[in-house]
Design a protein around this ligand. Structure first.
Ligand code: OAD
Length: 244
């Protein structure tokens, strides 16, 4: 297993297409707690107890309070050097061809958008979107804190966050784009994700099986490390700028 930054830098320059899959860890240096990290718990609830249709059906106010807390925190956060490096990677690779780079994220925080990435596949939705449980309307909502908890649609029904919860299918169009890009990737970067939540983590395995070289950027070990060509141990806000 190699950990050489210059070698991966060169491989990134020479290879197309490149896919990057990000998780909560890329936003850690912006001050956003990860899900499975030390300060990721809100009122001692693990995310699997809140991010589910069952939790929402049982106590929509509680689930919305959690999202309201996360939205308030994320509103104050700024994209970090890791996010900005991926904007630069997108700029350089798209100069080599329209399909030369795909950013796939599990994050719902919108920090890739705010950093400037323009073509991000959001596998788990977007925390700044709300969807009506009655009429199905989807709209952008950036009210922080929310005036009314839980919020309601103009049609009178309850609104829900525009995100994917445990047990729900991923948005088919996002999944299809991510799977297609992964299947043809020559280099697949796995950045700041514990890689334990499927199907997202499966993209890296499928890319590897289809011939991509795999690089992991994470301060901690992940289950994908044994199959990786490069394991870069450290915070993405330090490693990614050094790669570019
Ligand atoms: P996790 O909280 O599971 O994992 C965060 C990862 O980031 C860990 O592997 C950390 O070691 C790593 N990390 C921490 N600080 C970092 C830094 N500065 N730079 C790089 N990496 C760092 O978050 P996800 O893998 O994103 O799903 O979780 C996957 C999904 O599970 C989420 O999208 C969410 C969650 O519950 C849903 O809500 C459906």
């Amino acid at each position: 297993m190699k950990d050489s930054i210059p070698e991966l830098r060169q491989a990134l320059e020479e290879s197309v297409p490149v896919v990057a899959l990000t998780g909560a860890g890329i936003s850690a240096e912006s001050g956003v707690p990860t899900f499975r990290g030390a300060n990721g718990l809100w009122r001692n609830f693990p995310p699997e107890k809140l991010a589910t249709p069952e939790a929402f059906a049982e106590n929509p106010r509680l689930v919305w309070e959690w999202y309201d807390w996360r939205r308030s925190m994320i509103r104050e956060a700024r994209p970090n050097a890791g996010h900005l490096a991926l904007v630069e990677l997108e700029r350089r690779k798209t100069a080599q061809g329209a399909t030369a780079f795909t950013l796939v994220t599990q994050n719902v925080d919108g920090l890739h958008d705010r950093a400037g990435n323009r073509n991000t596949v959001k596998l788990h939705g977007d925390l700044w979107l709300v969807r009506c449980t009655g009429c199905g309307a989807v709209e952008r909502n950036e009210e922080v804190p929310l005036r009314r908890l839980p919020p309601h649609c103009r049609c009178g029904a309850l609104l829900r966050p525009g995100v994917v919860w445990f047990g729900e299918p991923l948005p088919p169009d996002a999944w299809e784009r991510a799977a297609r890009a992964s299947a043809s990737a020559r280099i697949f970067l796995v950045i700041g994700t514990s890689a334990v939540v499927y199907p997202a983590a499966g993209l890296a395995r499928e890319a590897r099986e289809a011939g991509a070289r795999l690089a992991i950027v994470n301060p901690e070990p992940t289950p994908l490390d044994p199959m990786a060509d490069w394991v870069l141990r450290g915070p993405s806000g330090e490693i990614l700028p050094r790669l570019l």
